[in-house]
Design a protein around this ligand. Structure first.
Ligand code: ADP
Ligand code: MG
Length: 252
C-alpha cells in the first residue's frame, strides 16, 4: 500500500548569511498512512518545523524525496493544509469565514459555505463565535477554529506545527480532550510535531523520536490503541508505560 505522505532520506542544509552551512536534517525517512495520526517528537531545534515545511512544499529539500500518494511534492497544495503555533487565522475575517475558506476556494456559494461552517462550528461547540473576529477569541478557541479550518480545507492530510504549545497548561488539557472528540467526527491523516511527550502519547497512533544537530530519527513507536482514546487515557498505566519507554529512548 502506498503511504499518503512519505519522506525518503530527507536532507536539509541551510546556507547561512556568513556563507557557512547548517545541516538541519540528516537523511531521514518517515511515512504517514491514510487516517493515521503520526507525530514527530523531539527537542527544540532538531528540525521539526523545517521537516513539516518541506512536506507542505513551503521549503525545498537539499536531498531526498517527499511524496504524496507516491508522487513528488513540488509546492504547496490543498491536500496538505498546515496549522502553525500561532497566527493561523486571517485576522480580518470572521470565524465562520475563516473556517469555510477551503469551500470558498473550491467555488462554493456563500449560503452553502455558511451552512457548512455552522454545521462544523456547532459540532465542536464554537457556533456562538461564528461572527466574531479571531482577536475576540481566547488563544484556545483560536486554535480550535484554525484546526477546524485546516480539516475543512484539506483534502488529504493536516500538517500541525506545535498548534497547542503556546497555550497554558489547563487550556492545553481541555483542547486535547476536545481534539480527541473532534477526531472521532473528522477523520483525517495528520502529521503533527511537538516537543511535548504527554501530548504525543495522547494524540498519536505512531511516534517518530527525533534527535538534533542534525535532526535524525532515533526510534519509532507504534502505540497500539484499540480505539481513539479519550482525555483520561493520560491516567492509564498504558500511558505511563509509553512515557517510560520514550523517556528511556530519549535518555532523559
Ligand atoms: P524545531 O522546529 O525542531 O525547533 P527548526 O526546524 O525550526 O527546529 O530548526 C532546525 C535547525 O535549523 C535550527 O538549528 C535552526 O536554527 C535552523 N534553521 C531553521 N530555519 C532556518 C533558516 N531559514 N536559515 C538558517 N537556519 C535555519
Ligand atoms: Mg519548530
Amino acid at each position: 500500500m502506498t503511504a499518503l505522505i512519505e519522506t525518503k532520506n530527507l536532507r536539509k542544509e541551510f546556507v547561512l548569511d556568513g556563507g557557512g552551512r547548517l545541516e538541519a536534517i540528516a537523511g531521514a525517512s518517515i511515512a504517514v498512512n491514510d487516517k493515521e495520526f503520526v507525530c514527530l517528537l523531539g527537542p527544540s531545534g532538531c528540525g521539526k518545523s523545517t521537516w513539516l515545511r518541506i512536506v507542505a512544499g513551503l521549503e525545498s529539500a537539499t536531498a531526498g524525496e517527499v511524496l504524496y500518494k507516491g508522487a513528488p511534492v513540488t509546492g504547496p497544495g490543498k491536500e496538505r493544509g498546515m496549522v502553525f503555533q500561532e497566527y493561523s487565522l486571517l485576522p480580518w475575517r470572521t470565524v465562520a469565514d475563516n473556517v469555510s475558506l477551503g469551500p470558498e476556494f473550491a467555488g462554493m456559494d456563500a449560503k452553502s459555505r455558511r451552512d457548512i461552517a455552522m454545521d462544523y462550528l456547532e459540532r465542536v461547540g464554537l457556533e456562538k463565535f461564528a461572527d466574531a473576529k479571531p482577536h475576540e477569541l481566547s488563544g484556545g478557541m483560536r486554535q480550535r477554529a484554525a484546526l477546524l479550518r485546516t480539516y475543512l480545507c484539506s483534502e488529504g492530510a493536516a500538517l500541525l506545527d506545535e498548534p497547542f504549545s503556546a497555550l497554558d497548561a489547563l487550556t492545553k488539557a481541555s483542547i486535547h480532550r476536545w481534539y480527541l472528540e473532534v477526531m472521532e467526527q473528522i477523520e483525517l491523516s495528520t502529521l503533527f510535531i511537538t516537543h511535548d511527550i504527554d501530548e504525543a502519547i495522547l494524540l498519536s497512533d505512531r511516534i517518530y523520536l527525533l534527535s538534533g544537530k542534525p535532526g535524525h530519527i532515533t526510534a519509532e513507536l507504534n502505540l497500539h490503541k484499540e480505539s481513539r482514546p479519550k482525555g483520561d487515557f493520560a491516567l492509564t498505566s498504558q500511558f505511563l508505560e509509553y512515557k517510560k519507554e520514550i523517556l528511556s529512548l530519549l535518555q532523559l
